[in-house]
Ligand binder design. Structure first.
Ligand SMILES: NC(=O)c1ccc[n+]([C@@H]2O[C@H](COP(=O)([O-])OP(=O)(O)OC[C@H]3O[C@@H](n4cnc5c(N)ncnc54)[C@H](OP(=O)(O)O)[C@@H]3O)[C@@H](O)[C@H]2O)c1
Length: 137
């Protein structure tokens, strides 16, 4: 059977196999689980977290589960981090197939702090475009 799942990992090649995904805020919660589910499809998952140690720990957890996970220090509010992320993806893979901008997509207009509840949606959308265009141009 195609894409049969055994112990959480695909036992047959998936159409997603070999794709590259970046999940922001992937060290816990929905982001970590999204990274896990993508990884189980055979997708290489770049695990973005604003804290480097958390990115390493989450990627290590996923690797122990047999997932091709790569840690990446990425605060989605930091232009420098975004540019570094684009450069990393370009140099290592030359592309990005899937972007899950999980971190900070809740608020619409306010920006009163630095957590997932307060990063404006429009800011994240703009930054996603910048990430994508950084290696397509
Ligand atoms: N859970 C829900 O029911 C629900 C419903 C609707 C929408 N959402 C949205 O879905 C997203 C994930 O929810 P969740 O429940 O998984 O939240 P969570 O457990 O609080 O996790 C949020 C993640 O985003 C990271 N993050 C926050 N600000 C960041 C930044 N500036 N740069 C990079 N990473 C950042 C956090 O990193 P740290 O560990 O460093 O803080 C954490 O990894 C959030 O945007 C949330 O608003 C959730």
């Amino acid at each position: 059977m195609r894409n049969r799942i055994s112990h959480g990992m695909s036992t047959h090649s998936s159409p997603q196999q070999g794709k590259i995904a970046l999940v922001t805020g992937a060290n816990k919660g929905i982001g970590l689980e999204t990274a896990r589910q993508l990884g189980r499809l055979g997708i290489t998952v770049v695990v973005g977290a604003r804290d480097h140690a958390k990115a390493e720990a989450a990627a290590a957890t996923l690797k122990r589960e047999g997932i091709d996970a790569v840690p990446l220090n990425l605060d989605v509010t930091s232009t420098a981090d975004i540019q570094a992320a684009a450069a990393f993806l370009e140099s290592h893979y030359g592309r990005l197939d899937i972007l899950v901008n999980n971190a900070g997509i809740n608020a619409e207009n306010t920006f009163t702090g630095n957590n997932s509840q307060t990063v404006p949606r429009r800011s994240c959308a703009r930054r996603s475009i910048r990430i994508s265009s950084a290696w397509s141009s």
